[in-house]
Write a protein that binds this ligand. Structure first.
Ligand SMILES: *Cc1c(COP(=O)(O)O)cnc(C)c1O
Length: 368
C-alpha cells in the first residue's frame, strides 16, 4: 500500500487528556479537565429533555439535509437556509473546505500559532502552507495579505484566536476583507463567539451580502456544551455552499445532535449566564496573574494563555498530579506557557491554589 506522501510525517490530532485516564494513571478520585475549552456548566437542561425522543429510534437515519436545525439556525443567525452547511463539529466543515478547495497546486494562508486543523487538513490535500506569525499575540492581517498570490485558495482568520484568545477588530477585519482578492475564500472561525464581550468584535453576518468569498464557522461544542454530539456549521454564499455540499458525507450529523442543538439555541438565557460566569472566573485568573507577576494575553474566549517562564510540559505534569488537566503551551507554539480553560468558580479557586503551589515548588527547585 502506498499512502499519500504528505501523510507520512503527520500525527493525528492530540486531544486534551481524558479525565478517566488521568484518574486511573495517577490514582486520583477528583480530576478537573481544563484543557479543551468545554463548557464547565454543561449544556442547557432543556437539551437532555429534547433528545430523549430521538434516543428511542436509533435505527432511523438522520435527516441528511438537517432541515430542522437548518431552519432554527437560519432564523437565529438571520440568513437563508441555503447559506448553511452542517458538519460533525466545525472541524468537519474545515475538512470539507480543504477537500473542496485545496490541492498540491494551491496554497493557503494562516496565522501561527492558530487552530491546528487548518494546517492539518490543508497538508493532507497537499497544499502549500503559508504561515504568518502572530504580531503582539494577534493575527497580522497586513502580512497575511502580502502572502496571498494567484495560487492562494483559502485564508483563515481564527477570531477569537485559539490558543491565544486574542481577537481581530471590526475595523481590522473589514479592511482585510476589502483587500483580499475576490476569488480567495476568507474563513472567519468564530468558535468562541458566544463568549466575546469586546464591543469592537466584528458581526460578520452582514458582510456575506457583499462578500461571496466569506465563510463563517460556528460550533455547538463550546459555549453550547454539545462537544460530545459533534455539530457545527458554516455560513456562506448560497451558490458556494451548493458547490461545497457534494464533499459532505451523507448523514454526517446525527438526529440527536440536531435536536440537542435546537434546544440549546432556544435557551439563550443559559448562554448568557455562562458568558457572565466565564468573565468573572477569567477576572479571577487575571487578578491572580497580576499578583504573581505572570503575563497573559487578554482573552475573549473561555480560556487563557499564561506565560509562566517554566517549561509548559513540566508545569502540565505538576498540575496533572494535583488533578488538573491543562494544555501545555509547548505543542501550541508557546513553550513556557500553559493554556487553561475557565472552569466553574469552585474549580477555578481550587485550580489557582494548585497553580500557586506548583509555581512555588518550581521556584524553590530552581533556587535550590
Ligand atoms: C474547538 C474549535 C473548533 C471546532 O470544534 P468542533 O468541536 O469541531 O466544532 C474550531 N475552531 C476553533 C478555533 C476551536 O477552538
Amino acid at each position: 500500500m502506498e499512502i499519500k506522501p504528505q501523510l507520512l510525517g503527520m500525527e493525528p490530532y492530540q486531544p486534551g487528556k481524558p479525565i478517566e485516564e488521568v484518574k486511573e494513571e495517577l490514582g486520583l478520585t477528583v480530576v478537573h479537565k481544563l484543557a479543551s475549552n468545554e463548557n464547565p456548566y454543561g449544556a442547557s437542561p432543556k437539551v437532555k429533555e429534547k433528545v430523549q425522543e430521538v434516543l428511542l429510534h436509533p435505527e432511523i437515519y438522520p435527516d441528511g439535509y438537517a432541515a430542522a436545525i437548518r431552519n432554527k439556525v437560519a432564523e437565529h443567525v438571520g440568513v437563508r437556509e441555503e447559506q448553511l452547511i452542517f458538519g460533525a463539529g466545525s472541524d468537519e466543515v474545515i475538512l470539507m473546505l480543504c477537500r473542496a478547495l485545496l490541492s498540491n497546486e494551491t496554497n493557503t494562508v494562516m496565522a501561527t500559532p492558530t487552530f491546528s486543523q487548518y494546517k492539518h487538513n490543508a497538508l493532507i490535500e497537499g497544499a502549500e502552507i503559508r504561515e504568518v506569525p502572530l504580531k503582539e499575540g494577534k493575527h497580522d492581517l497586513e502580512a497575511m495579505l502580502e502572502k496571498i498570490d494567484e495560487k492562494t485558495k483559502i485564508v483563515w482568520v481564527c477570531n477569537p484566536n485559539n490558543p491565544t484568545g486574542t481577537y481581530t477588530t471590526t475595523k481590522e477585519f473589514e479592511s482585510f476583507l476589502e483587500r483580499v482578492p475576490k476569488d480567495v475564500l476568507v474563513v472567519s472561525d468564530e468558535a468562541y463567539l458566544e463568549y466575546v464581550t469586546a464591543t469592537d468584535y466584528p458581526n460578520t453576518i452582514p458582510y456575506l451580502d457583499e462578500y461571496p468569498n466569506l465563510m463563517i464557522l460556528r460550533t455547538f461544542s463550546k459555549a453550547y456544551g454539545l462537544a460530545a454530539l459533534r455539530i457545527g456549521y458554516g455560513i456562506g454564499n448560497a451558490s458556494f455552499i451548493r458547490s461545497l455540499d457534494p464533499v459532505r458525507p451523507p448523514f454526517n450529523t446525527t438526529s440527536i445532535a440536531h435536536q440537542a442543538a435546537i434546544a440549546a439555541l432556544e435557551d439563550q438565557a443559559f448562554i448568557q449566564a455562562c458568558k457572565e460566569k466565564n468573565r468573572q472566573v477569567l477576572d479571577d485568573i487575571m487578578a491572580f496573574c497580576e499578583q504573581l507577576g505572570l503575563s497573559y494575553l487578554p482573552t475573549e474566549t473561555n480560556f487563557i494563555l499564561i506565560e509562566t517562564g517554566i517549561d509548559g510540559d513540566v508545569l502540565f505534569d505538576d498540575l496533572l498530579k494535583k488533578g488538573f488537566i491543562v494544555r501545555s503551551g509547548k505543542a501550541l507554539g508557546f513553550p513556557h506557557a500553559i493554556r487553561v480553560t475557565a472552569g466553574t468558580k469552585e474549580q477555578n479557586d481550587a485550580f489557582l491554589q494548585a497553580f500557586h503551589d506548583c509555581l512555588e515548588k518550581r521556584k524553590t527547585l530552581s533556587q535550590g
